[in-house]
Design a protein around this ligand. Sequence first.
Ligand SMILES: N[C@@H](CCC(=O)N[C@@H](CS)C(=O)NCC(=O)O)C(=O)O
Length: 96
Amino acid sequence: MQPVTIYTTAWCPYCSAAKSLLKEKGVTFQEIDVEKTQGGRAAMVQRAGGRTSVPQIFVGERHVGGCDDLYALDRAGKLDPLLNGAGSAAVGVADA
Ligand SMILES: N[C@@H](CCC(=O)N[C@@H](CS)C(=O)NCC(=O)O)C(=O)O
């Protein structure tokens, strides 16, 4: 399973929804609350190519995007292979 990182804030419903999907899939993830982690927001924006909204989700070093992107990838059947390390050919919505 690829390491998953999710940048969040505590009050963001999209963050909760994204975490729910990951939990449903039994994915362990590193959560970085950008309001509680010094430099967290700047690191997120840099890694996410300038996107400022939370959540921003990464599977390994691949930028998946936000909550909508995560669900879209799942609906397309591309999230599980990506999580399992076999999705290098999968195109994340954030890459489109
Ligand atoms: N479509 C985005 C919506 C995310 C969103 O609107 N997040 C809000 C917090 S709940 C946010 O970060 N707003 C501030 C901003 O857009 O810079 C997603 O699915 O992740």
